[in-house]
Design a protein around this ligand. Structure first.
Ligand SMILES: Nc1ncnc2c1ncn2[C@@H]1O[C@H](COP(=O)(O)OP(=O)(O)OP(=O)(O)O)[C@@H](O)[C@H]1O
Ligand code: SF4
Ligand SMILES: [Mg+2]
Length: 324
């Protein structure tokens, strides 16, 4: 495995009132493994902890508990000063390319910066590598001396991606990389990202709340709810036959183009609970249309594999729990 995350947790202390402090469980026991060259999607409602997982993996945050194994190293406990080497091997592409680029830097300087800092390149070799990166992301050389405000959203995101792959990382973490772009540009960037993975042999951790995007880009998908993974498996299998009641609801609520919502669409009642007050037992029990009884309110279901290797955290599928 290139990346293995074990029982990863990130809890924040937040103010609830003048004297009251709460314990916010942003990520609450996540297990995930990515094979080299794989694209794994992370999907879930807003606030489910997707970006926090990304920031932990990149060690922009320090985990509260759990292990992060990357490329043979245990990186979960690394101190700030030991993280520089890691940045060369994993990079992030953010949602908003407008704020990710320095408005005063030309495209050349933006892309060149990591090569200058980490590889001490300069002169002709630097220029050659920047030209090659521009070619990889499908921008012509004429963009080299432009500033971000002279570029479209899609072009800016291509510059961000060129910068992210400049040091030839093994892992690219992409957090909603197309959500800030016009719909017409989104498809182009997704196609480009799919080609890029193959061309550079990259591994993706791809975050999106858009199921269609995940389906297009990812081989595997993990569905998050309140800081935990509730279902994980091969993208086609999970999307065609979702097993966890939350995945079923998520998929059935996707707006369908040129078609009416099916009669059996599952409408979830109530809001997603606060991660400060995570319900006991199964965190989804307050909204689950298939709740089987008191066990759902008291016992936390573990993420367990079925016969095909897909993993589900639900008592309906757990050993020793009688199915409905
Ligand atoms: N630094 C922080 N301090 C306190 N709470 C935080 C912090 N960062 C994130 N959170 C909280 O942790 C939870 C998970 O946030 P996160 O950003 O990971 O969600 P997300 O799944 O990426 O959501 P979105 O789809 O809206 O981007 C949220 O309730 C958020 O408010
Ligand atoms: S464990 Fe119970 S409440 Fe949770 S998803 Fe399964 S059936 Fe629903
Ligand atoms: Mg996020």
């Amino acid at each position: 495995m290139l990346l293995e995350v074990q029982d990863l947790k990130k809890h924040f202390t937040v103010k609830r009132g003048l004297f009251d402090r709460g314990h916010l469980r942003a990520v609450d026991g996540v297990d995930l493994a990515l094979a080299p060259g794989e694209a794994c999607g992370l999907v879930g409602e807003s606030g489910s902890g997707k970006s926090t997982v990304a920031r932990l993996v990149l060690r922009l945050l320090t985990p509260t508990a759990g292990r992060i194994l990357f490329d043979g190293d245990d990186i979960g406990g690394l101190e700030e000063r030991d993280l520089a080497g890691l940045r060369e091997r994993m990079q992030m592409v953010f949602q908003d390319p407008h704020s990710a680029l320095n408005p005063r830097m030309t495209v050349f300087r933006s892309i060149a910066e990591p090569l200058v800092i980490h590889r001490r390149l300069g002169g002709l070799e630097l220029r050659r590598q920047v030209e090659e990166l521009l070619e990889i992301v499908g921008l012509s050389r004429q963009f080299m001396y432009r500033f971000p405000h002279e570029l479209s959203g899609g072009q800016k995101q291509r510059v961000c991606i060129a910068r992210a792959v400049a040091l030839r990382p093994k892992l690219l973490v992409l957090d909603e990389p197309t959500s800030a772009l016009d719909v017409s540009v989104q498809a182009q960037i997704l196609e480009f990202l799919t080609d890029l993975r193959e061309r550079l042999g990259l591994t993706y951790l791809f975050i999106s709340h858009n199921l269609a995007v995940i389906r297009y880009v990812c081989d595997r998908v993990a569905v998050m709810y309140l800081g935990r993974i509730v279902e994980e498996g091969d993208t086609a299998t999970v999307f065609e036959q979702p097993k966890h009641p939350y995945t079923q609801a998520l998929l059935s609520s996707v707006p369908l183009p040129q078609a009416e919502q099916p009669d059996d669409a599952i409408i979830l009642e109530g809001d997603i609970p606060s991660p400060i007050d995570v319900p006991p037992g199964c965190p989804f029990h307050t909204r689950c249309p298939q709740k089987i009884g008191p066990i759902c309110e008291t016992a936390r279901p573990t993420l367990a594999p079925d016969a095909t290797g897909r993993k589900i955290a639900c008592h309906l599928y757990q050993e020793g729990t009688r199915p409905r």
